[in-house]
Design a protein around this ligand. Structure first.
Ligand SMILES: [Zn+2]
Length: 497
């Protein structure tokens, strides 16, 4: 598949070169392309070690971008004299530390091999002592009253499509803990690995204290030996219509602790001051972070350089800033935000929205740039988040004025949750991506299935070379969007209405 796409794009390139006129890039376009490439070369070099938050790679990245932005003529956009340019973001990495489970059957201790039970908590340390087990089968939390569940450990059968929805519902309805019997597709290692990966949060997010335990099917069956129930019979009962929860002759003490590591990282925020900052602001953003070293431990190349994801995006962000700073002063402030910890769950964007340098309802429009240089010049623009904000009509006007083609379908919305704009949308900031990178969705899919989040997303190994032609057009379009949305005559201010 990667190969087919590469040949197709080669075809486009040949036609463009041999065709009649407009494809030959101007001197200015070639200069812009060279600058984009230079940024990407620096940011995705091995010296920056994959730009992991809290590491020397972060220090190098922010020093580079800070110097570029200062030289372009931006000023600090943090609006915080104590933290110019670099807004601190504190993260915690949480990983399961200790897990213990003790079971009593009819009052007698029942040995279960520790590796057959995994106890996890969303807090630092949680425990329940001697709580009775209540078998709920495949039922959901809403099917119970609080009295039925309070003080109990709800025992449920895992589904074929595992998610934590049923577990969370049971906890919300008052169960002391949930114990999932792994009878479905996943095993204990997968449960543990998943928890390992999703363990990042902003430090000031409140901690839960939920207790969630998992037990293998064999161990659950062993646990019930000599009681009034067998696991086979319970499974059958759970499938019957009118099933009611069954109290088991087993109780359990569960305990789990979590290890926390604090990571100090930063969002970079710059600004072009407008004549009328009270008239609102425009925001451009792109995440600077990536995964650091993430290849297999034995691999020769372990650094995930993130050339496309997202050195290309911060390169475009920087060049949009240069163009907007050069032109006549705009009415609105224009903010440039390079976020941290996008790869850990859009955490830098959430931090920006939770501790913003300006009232969020002053932001007239936000344009995110993530993973550019995917499509060649001449590719139509897609809006990621099309139909989800009030921005589409104005974007269409700008595209028309700039002679760019805009796609009229929602295909790119499939990816809307996978980028920082999604975090801003949660805070009611109108945020979209306007880009050629999603203009031929097959090219983006190809990237996601290939070099995405792998050590091969670098300038040397990319299976599908950087398409700076598309990125040059993105910079032009975003610059035009910046001027348009920074003009209150074109886009009136609607904050607080
Ligand atoms: Zn990524």
């Amino acid at each position: 598949m990667a190969r087919k796409v590469a040949l197709a794009s080669l075809g486009v390139a040949l036609i463009a070169v041999s065709g009649p006129s407009p494809a030959r890039p101007s001197r200015a376009d070639r200069d812009l392309e060279a600058r984009l490439r230079a940024h990407i070369e620096v940011l995705a070099s091995d010296d920056f070690d994959g730009r992991e938050p809290g590491t020397d790679g972060e220090a190098k990245t922010l020093r580079y971008l800070g110097r570029e932005w200062y030289n372009i003529g931006l000023v600090s956009g943090t609006n915080d004299p104590g933290n110019e340019w670099f807004a601190p973001v504190t993260l915690v990495a949480r990983e399961p530390a200790a897990s213990s489970a003790r079971f009593l059957r009819k009052g007698y201790r029942t040995p279960i091999t520790p590796q057959d039970v995994l106890v996890l908590t969303s807090g630092k340390r949680s425990l329940v002592r001697n709580a009775p087990l209540l078998f709920v089968g495949r039922a959901e939390g809403e099917e119970f009253t609080r009295n039925e569940l309070a003080g109990r450990i709800a025992v449920l059968l895992d589904g074929d499509t595992p998610d934590s929805k049923r577990q969370n519902a049971l906890l919300a309805m008052g169960a002391s803990a949930v114990l999932t019997v792994l009878d479905g597709d996943r095993n204990m290692e997968e449960v543990a690995a998943r928890r390992q990966r999703s363990g990042y949060a902003l430090a000031d997010d409140s901690l839960g204290g939920d207790l969630e335990a998992f037990i293998s099917r064999d161990s659950m069956a062993a646990l019930l030996k000599g009681t009034a129930h067998t696991l086979d019979a319970l499974e059958k009962a759970a499938a019957e219509p009118g099933f009611a929860p069954i109290t088991l002759d087993v109780s359990a003490s569960l305990e789990a602790t979590t290890r926390e590591t604090t990571i100090h990282t930063h969002n970079l925020i710059g600004k072009i001051p407008g004549r009328h900052p009270e008239a609102g602001a425009v925001l451009f953003l792109a995440h600077w972070d990536h995964f650091g070293e993430c290849g297999e431990p034995t691999a020769e190349d372990r650094i995930c350089n993130g050339a496309i994801d997202n050195a290309s995006g911060v390169a475009a962000l920087t060049e949009v800033a240069r163009r907007l700073a050069k032109g006549p002063q705009m009415d609105r402030d224009v903010y440039f935000l390079s976020t941290t910890a996008e790869e850990l769950g859009l955490l830098g964007a959430h931090a920006f929205a939770e501790n913003p340098p300006l009232p969020l309802d002053h932001i007239v429009a936000a344009f995110n740039i993530d993973s550019d240089a995917i499509a060649p010049a001449g590719t139509p623009f897609a809006i990621v988040g099309r139909g989800m904000t009030g921005l589409d009509a104005d974007i269409a006007k700008v595209a028309k004025a700039e002679h760019f083609k805009l796609l009229e379908n929602d295909e790119a919305n499939e990816y809307v949750r996978r980028q920082d704009g999604w975090a801003l949308l949660q805070h009611d900031i109108p945020a979209v991506m306007v880009t050629t990178a999603y203009g031929k969705i097959g090219l983006m899919r190809d990237f996601f299935e290939g070099d995405y989040h792998r050590p091969s997303d670098d300038l040397v190994h990319l299976s599908h070379p950087l398409q700076l032609g598309g990125e040059v057009e993105d910079v032009k379009m975003l610059t035009a969007l910046g001027r348009w949305f920074a003009d209150p005559k074109k886009v009136p201010f609607k904050a607080g209405q």
